[in-house]
Design a protein around this ligand. Structure first.
Ligand code: GDP
Ligand code: IMO
Ligand code: MG
Length: 429
């Protein structure tokens, strides 16, 4: 191997949790490298059903260790509740996780700022998850961030808080006319964080690099999706980190030479939570049909996800930036009952036909999808594990997507459970 990246290739919620769990059996370290608890990764396996926000999805295998890298922003309260949640569900995580001391903390005031900023934007709101992610990354860029390592040292934590709070309070009270944050309210949290998390904080970068030097397998678990990338996505309707491949190297502190492959996960159709363009979006009525079959509601926020047909123009764009060695297609079974399916193969912009994803948001917003229509298969593919057992029209659908993206689909997911998976080619050698 040794390092293999598994990335969201659309607008998030592609089924990364399911696939990372499926792929992690022979993985020694699985690591999150970007985002925070805006992510909601669902895992269904013989241990049960789990919703994970910070802890990597490969953690269920007995010999797989989970790390959270420097590129992640960590809300310690959420991390503690996620640890308790897993313990209560009988999952052994003792000596199985390490959080980078360099990872920045999502502080309580980041959550307040996220909400205040979204409210003040009115109709232009991004539709964030409200978890304080943007403000936490902003403070990191301002060089006012407080890091997980500071949970180990009260004096350091206090002095950093004394530096950042006046700045935060000026924004909160002068900018938003809201109640300032009291230092003692925040400081109080330190004691619980220190008590519960001290022994889980350490040098993740060294651990991962040592593992790679020993020729162990490391799986890099993407969060969000390529089109939500801060630099390469549909800005400003994006998240505040880099879920694309570059983010994996900085976020875990590894060098690109270790990388043996990249897989891009695509849902068999498209979804998006929050605002921003979605050229192949279905109207409310048609979306309802898929949403009800698919239960497309956000894992983190419970919001109904917007739904569209598979968008091959957007898919080609994320292939271009991430260079997938394999594509992985999830939720094929959701389309089982549809009589006909559409794949968006290009866009119409005024009188022009666009094959490439436009980078100008004003153009993208006006693009109309040009579809290839395919007859549905109208039989169940739920739980199918052999490609040869798929109905012909389902195979045709898979082949059309491969042709439009220009990348082989090596894994197809036919249900939420780890075992509902077709493996056409081994990804990890
Ligand atoms: P993630 O954020 O990319 O990990 O995706 P989410 O967990 O937010 O959303 C994916 C949803 O699809 C979850 O409810 C999964 O359990 C479910 N899922 C994943 N793969 C499949 C599949 O092939 N078929 C079906 N029916 N559900 C799937
Ligand atoms: P997973 O890892 C889907 C979206 C939000 C919003 C935008 C910015 O489960 O695929 P943020 O809170 O990050 O500032 O919100 O990004 N978003 C996601 N959408 N899945 C996710 O994660 C997301 N994480 C953020 O809905 O549009
Ligand atoms: Mg999700």
């Amino acid at each position: 191997m040794p390092a293999y990246a598994v990335l969201g290739a659309q607008w998030g919620d592609e089924g990364k949790g399911k696939i990372v769990d499926f792929l992690s059996e022979d993985i020694q370290i699985v690591g999150r490298f970007s985002g925070g608890n805006n992510a909601g990764h669902t895992v269904v396996n013989d241990d049960g059903e789990f919703s994970l926000h910070l802890i990597p999805s490969g953690i269920f295998w007995p010999n797989t260790f989970g790390v959270v890298g420097a590129g992640v922003v960590v809300d310690p309260d959420i991390l503690i509740s996620e640890i308790d949640y897993l313990i209560n569900k009988g999952i052994n995580i003792t000596n199985k996780i390490l959080i980078s001391e360099r990872a920045h903390i999502v502080m309580p005031y980041h959550i307040i700022l996220d909400e205040l900023m979204e409210k003040s934007k009115g109709n232009n709101a991004i539709g964030t998850t409200g978890k304080g992610i943007g403000p936490a990354y902003a403070d990191k860029a301002y060089r006012l961030g407080i890091r997980m390592g500071d949970i180990l040292n009260l004096d350091l934590f206090k002095s950093k808080l004394n530096e950042v709070l006046p700045h935060v309070n000026r924004i909160i009270s002068n900018g938003y006319d809201s109640k300032p944050i009291l230092i003692d309210e925040v400081l109080e949290k330190w004691f619980t964080w220190n008590d519960r998390l001290s022994n889980l904080i350490g040098n993740v970068e060294k651990k991962v690099n040592n593992s790679l030097l020993n020729q162990e397998n490391v799986l890099l678990e993407g969060a969000q999706g390529a089109l939500l990338d801060l630099d390469l996505g549909t800005y400003p309707y994006v998240t505040s980190s880099n879920p694309t491949i570059g983010g994996a190297f900085t976020g875990l502190g590894i060098n690109p030479k270790w990388l043996s492959g990249i897989a891009g996960i695509f849902k068999a159709y498209t979804t998006r939570v929050g605002a921003g363009p979605l050229p192949s979006e279905l109207d409310m009525e048609s979306a309802k049909e898929i949403r009800n079959i698919a239960n497309e509601f956000g894992t983190t926020t419970g919001r109904p996800r917007r739904i569209g047909w598979f968008d091959a123009v957007a898919a080609r764009y994320t292939y271009q930036m991430n260079g997938y060695d394999s594509a992985i297609l999830t939720r094929l079974d959701i389309l089982d009952e549809l009589k006909s399916l559409k794949i968006c193969k290009s866009y119409k912009y005024g009188s022009q036909i666009l094959e490439d994803f436009p980078l100008d948001l004003a153009v993208l917003e006006k693009c109309e999808p040009i579809y290839e229509e395919i007859e549905g298969w109208c039989t169940s593919t739920y739980g199918v594990t052999e490609y040869s057992d798929l109905p012909d029209n389902a195979k045709l659908y898979v082949m059309k997507i491969e042709e439009f993206i220009g990348c082989n689909i090596d894994i197809i997911s036919t249900g939420p459970h780890r075992k509902n998976t077709i493996k056409r080619k081994p990804l990890i050698i």
